[in-house]
Ligand binder design. Sequence first.
Ligand SMILES: [Zn+2]
Ligand SMILES: [Zn+2]
Length: 271
Amino acid sequence: MILTDTHLHTSFSSDSRTPMESMVREGIRRGLKTICFTEHYDPDFPEIPAGLDFSLDFDSYYDEYLRMKTLYGDRIEILHGIELGIQPHLSDFLNDFYESQGGRYDFIISSCHLVDRLDPYYPEYFDSLGPEKGLFHYFETLYENLLAFDHYQTAGHLDYAARYIKKPVPEFHYEDYGDILDAILLHLIKKDKALEVNTSGLKAGLAWPNPHMEILKRYHDLGGRRLTIGSDAHQPEHMAYDFHILPDYLRQAGFDRYEIYRKQQPFEILF
Ligand SMILES: [Zn+2]
Ligand SMILES: [Zn+2]
């Protein structure tokens, strides 16, 4: 059983309307032991076509987290994280951000939500590139992001773009992206970063939790041992989504443990 969920959004993220307290209460109801809020902060997010700005009111978020800890901290462990949307040109900006307030977070997720300033969520992305080139270019950008900003603990939803490939989704073969994926995974391992297992895509009909089994296996073969686990829920009913499938799925790839981070330090949990 996996009783922690370390990728959660609430109304502090511009794409969620859920009060933090509703998520905390649902976590307790489900018997979760640890939850980590990881609100979106995507600086320089293009206004079009989303109409969302993905800015974050850091202080209000922190205050509400402290209030939740005071109210519910004896029933569930609540951690304070952030999901940073990285873009290669933001290296200096994000390093300054980290210098000024990065230390307050338990857990920082590095996520790639934009490729050439377009979110692959929008059909234009795969319409113009097609599934293989689109995914390949996504990985290229993600690798640039990892080189641009190093203050994070896990790489979020590594094959995020795959969620938005038009059906029928072609079969995924690691070797089609082998060089770029190896570069990404070796970088994570060298830097002692974790790889996130994210179940959010399953809701949308993706046939696998991100990342694909072949990526997880390769990460393990290359020596990667750190995983983090999150549902990426934006509403209470999606917390710990399909987590019951994960122990078998992860064992198949060679894993028997995952990490949670407190004050950006890893703690292993066996499952
Ligand atoms: Zn994300
Ligand atoms: Zn997220």
